[in-house]
Design a protein. Structure first.
Length: 363
């Protein structure tokens, strides 16, 4: 079995060609490799790239797939994915002997395993692995016929000892590393999707208008999370999450202004509790009621009070509200005209929404 060092020398690979960008990951991703031929050089090569070069743990399923039927393989993989909870799966397209018969793409074991993985958690990133360059045809078919639906990348696998064209092999490896870097960028989707499902299920069990509305907003956020093409990849998720905050504020706060003896206005929650005062930085001023000359409740006060009332307030609220305001009312004198969002803002906004929903008890 060829070593990676020999392989690198034969095809003139630079070390930088093997660097996977994990800068967007909160933690190092866990990778699961599923291939009945893993012991034919693939596992060693992947370990060298993933673990030796990038410090990424790799677990694999190989020998235990041999001599099993399609249904047995699917059942085995589902159990492994559920127990190991990988962030990224590298999945061979053909996993049993019957896959080499003339069958439709959608019936190949790897494709059925792909669908099973996405049912367990839609946010798990899956790279399809195939020993034939027809995988590129499968990729084009996926959007047209629904085959391989949900795959996050496609890689042609070539055994190190079978490499005949160094330039072709270099291109494959660089593409593979690039696809892994892209998958790392989206590993946050796994935990986010799981929490989204918990929140959607809780809201869907409600018969209230509020619960139904929040469930629809969360479903819109989920759609945005997996949207293939969008000009603002995170803005739609972020804004739908804020719409949940706004709907919740409307549920709990009566924004009718009440005038006091000093011609100042204050506001109450629907249970009669007065709204507290938050300073310009979104920090709670203990023991002080919010009062203003205005007859309308400022947005920052509304959101901060709602989150605080439901035990979901955090120090991130001020910056997130400012991000929301900048996007909703952009300063067009700026070069970009719109305030951008990143993964960090989406995750922080979702934490607020998730805690807000879970802390309410019955929706």
């Amino acid at each position: 079995m060829d070593s990676l060092n020999s392989f690198k020398k034969n095809i003139e690979l630079n070390s930088k060609d093997l660097v996977i960008d994990t800068s967007c990951c909160v933690f190092k991703p866990k990778v699961l490799f599923i291939d009945d031929q893993a012991d034919e050089g693939w596992y060693e090569a992947l370990c060298s790239i993933l673990y030796d070069k990038n410090g990424i743990d790799l677990y694999y399923i190989g020998d235990e797939l041999k001599q099993k039927s399609r249904e047995e393989i699917i059942d085995l993989v589902k159990k492994k994915v559920s127990s190991y909870s990988p962030d990224i799966v590298i999945l061979d397209l053909r996993l049993c002997t019957s896959d080499f018969d003339n069958i439709q793409i959608k019936e190949l074991t790897g494709n059925r395993v792909l669908r099973a993985i996405k049912q367990i958690n839609r946010g798990i990133q899956v790279l399809m692995f195939s020993a034939t360059n027809k995988v590129w045809n499968y990729q084009s078919l996926s959007s047209r016929e629904g085959n391989l639906d949900g795959a996050d990348g496609f890689v042609v696998k070539e055994r190190p000892k079978d490499s005949k064209d160094p330039s072709y092999t270099r291109a494959i490896i660089r593409s593979f590393v690039s696809d892994l870097s892209k998958c790392c960028k989206y590993t946050y989707r796994k935990e986010l999707w799981k929490k989204l499902q918990d929140d959607i299920i809780k809201c869907n069990t409600s018969s209230s208008e509020y619960g139904n509305a929040v469930a629809r907003l969360l479903e819109l956020a989920e759609d945005s999370l997996f949207a293939k093409q969008t000009s603002f990849p995170y803005a739609s998720i972020f804004m739908n999450l804020f719409r949940v905050l706004e709907a919740t504020a409307d549920k709990y706060i009566d924004d009718t202004a009440i005038k006091d003896s000093e011609d100042q206005h204050y506001f109450k929650f629907r249970d009669g509790t007065m709204l507290s005062k938050f300073n310009r930085n979104g920090e709670l001023i203990n023991g002080e009621v919010f009062r203003t000359e205005l007859r309308s409740l400022p947005y920052m006060q509304k959101i901060c009070n709602t989150l605080n009332y439901l035990g979901a307030y955090s120090n991130d609220v001020y910056n997130l509200v400012m991000k929301r305001n900048a996007f909703t009312h952009p300063d067009m004198s700026k070069q970009d005209g719109l305030e951008g969002f990143g993964v960090e803002e989406v995750l922080k906004a979702f934490d607020l929404v998730h805690n807000l929903i879970q802390n309410q008890g019955k929706i």
